[in-house]
Design a protein around this ligand. Structure first.
Ligand SMILES: Cc1ncc(COP(=O)(O)O)c(C=O)c1O
Length: 487
């Protein structure tokens, strides 16, 4: 029999213990974060730790929660890659704002349901205001600007394609619908299209130019070819900040093409949307105001904890049309005056992701955040300058959105050897624990990619990182040449 009194005591005791334990964890984390520069980028879990977790069962009787908490910190959290480290230059990773952290903790503590306006009107208002403010940053105007906070760029891109499909195609046309984007566009766009039912042959990847930007002449030719073949072009996707090179597509031209052929124009600004805050760099995204929808992840460049992404649209009626369901059990809580976010996107129960961004923006202000964006552009240029002082380094993609690709190309090595050399430079710098740099492939060429969007990265970090890369490159080349001579 369920003993309610015993249960109530356990819960009360649990909260008493947590009050102390959570505050200890927070203190420990803040102390660690203050020392982050000195820490290795990845303290990998050893085999013993992995074996211990693998052998654990889910117990029928609960264990001491204080021990469970300690285990989680020591075994799990302490052995995760430190993406916030100032010399973590991979993925699209920035430092986390203390205000995002605070907003995130508050969001978890109160655990409000962010599905409907009625459940937390002030939180709903904050989300609505932020969405409209982000829209204004993009140059969206009009009464119908709207959107929704989602878990990440992947969900935002997919949701945009749902709205695009429903606004431009009749259901019987779905199987002939065609979508266009550059060969540098993030894989989440293609994945999202697959999830919502489009085949591979309904996605056209347009080649890019020397700066890894979409070739609009080839785009238009592809649309014409498909129209002649009786297909139904319905959407084009442009980028502010491609993942590989931080490239920004010619959005004005894309907007004009979308208008000419009646296509939905989506901009994947998951990475680079944050440049819209910078008075210096926002011009690079000119034309974004012509788009129908924009994905903008603030967990990338605006220092938010995972997860925090926003899908913003010029006309929210498209989202409402695609995502509204009115089941009987929500009849009493559906708002008559406001849009409920369960009608604007695919999620129903969800955390209130807008709160932490609001906290950050209110506490930090946009000026400082704009400077952070500008600092990233500066840092990527510093990498280029440092590399140019050294022999045999070749810039493969010029700095854009804090991102640069390059590789070491000493004379006399084949393409295959240069690719292998690039791989080994990446492996060795990761092994050193000093910096984290992985490779990507551009036009069949392995390159080292640095994405430097962490506000804590200093010029000294960059100088030391490039110097170490060079030492490693020279050593690895010698090894390669020695191996060649032995053969
Ligand atoms: C340009 C771009 N779009 C979309 C995504 C996917 O975002 P998420 O990982 O938040 O789903 C990424 C991830 O890096 C990205 O760089």
């Amino acid at each position: 029999m369920f003993d309610w009194l015993e249960y109530d005591n356990i819960v009360k005791e649990g909260y008493r213990e947590q009050e102390k334990q959570l505050s200890d964890f927070l203190k420990k984390f803040i102390a660690k974060n203050a020392q982050i520069r000195e820490l290795p980028l990845f303290d990998r879990p050893d085999q013993e730790t992995l074996d211990r977790i693998a052998a654990m069962e889910i117990p029928a009787k609960g264990r001491d929660p204080l021990v469970v908490g300690e285990e989680l910190v020591n075994d799990v959290f302490e052995h995760a890659m430190l993406l916030q480290h100032p010399r973590f230059y991979s993925f699209v990773a920035s430092a986390v704002s203390p205000y995002s952290l605070a907003g995130s903790i508050l969001t978890d503590i109160y655990n409000i349901h962010a599905g409907g306006w009625e459940l937390a009107p002030c939180a709903g208002l904050i989300e609505e205001k932020l969405v409209r403010w982000m829209g204004r940053c993009a140059g969206y105007s009009g009464e119908n600007v709207g959107g929704v906070f989602l878990s990440g760029g992947s969900m935002a891109n997919m949701s945009a394609m749902v709205a695009a499909r429903d606004s431009r195609l009749a259901p019987e046309e779905f199987s002939r619908g065609m979508v266009y984007f550059s060969d540098q566009t993030h894989s989440s766009n293609e994945k999202g299209l697959r999830i919502i039912g489009f085949r591979k042959d309904q996605v056209v990847k347009i080649p890019t130019d020397d700066e890894f930007k979409i070739r609009t002449d080839l785009l238009e030719a592809a649309i014409r070819r498909d129209l002649e073949a009786g297909k139904k072009p319905f959407a084009v996707i442009g980028n502010i900040g491609t993942t590989n090179t931080g490239s920004i597509d010619p959005l004005e031209q894309l907007g004009a093409i979308a208008k000419k052929y009646g296509l939905w124009f989506h901009v994947d600004g998951a990475f680079g949307g944050s440049i819209l805050l910078s008075p210096i760099y926002r011009n690079l995204a000119k034309g974004v105001e012509l788009s129908d929808s924009l994905s903008w992840d603030t967990h990338k460049w605006l220092m938010q904890t995972y997860s925090c992404s926003t899908l913003i649209v010029q006309d929210k009626s498209h989202l409402l049309n695609s995502f509204t369901e009115h089941p009987e059990y929500l009849a009493d809580v559906n708002s008559s005056e406001h849009n409920d976010s369960w009608d604007l996107g695919p999620e129903m129960s969800r955390p209130h992701r807008a709160i932490k961004l609001w906290y950050t923006l209110q506490a930090t202000g946009t000026d400082l955040l704009a400077e952070l964006i500008e600092y990233s552009f500066f840092n990527a240029n510093q990498v280029k300058k440092e590399l140019e002082k050294l022999p045999d380094w070749k810039i493969i993609s010029n700095p854009s959105c804090g991102t640069i690709n390059f590789r070491y190309e000493p004379e006399g090595l084949s393409d295959e050897q240069l690719n292998a050399l690039t791989d080994s430079i990446s492996k060795e710098i990761i092994k050193s624990g000093f910096a984290y740099i992985v490779t990507t492939t551009l036009r069949g060429m392995k390159t080292l990619r640095m994405c430097i969007i962490n506000a804590n990265t200093t010029e000294d970090d960059i100088r030391q990182t490039v110097a170490l890369l060079n030492d490693i490159a020279v050593q690895e080349t010698e090894k390669l040449r020695r191996a060649q001579t032995v053969e």
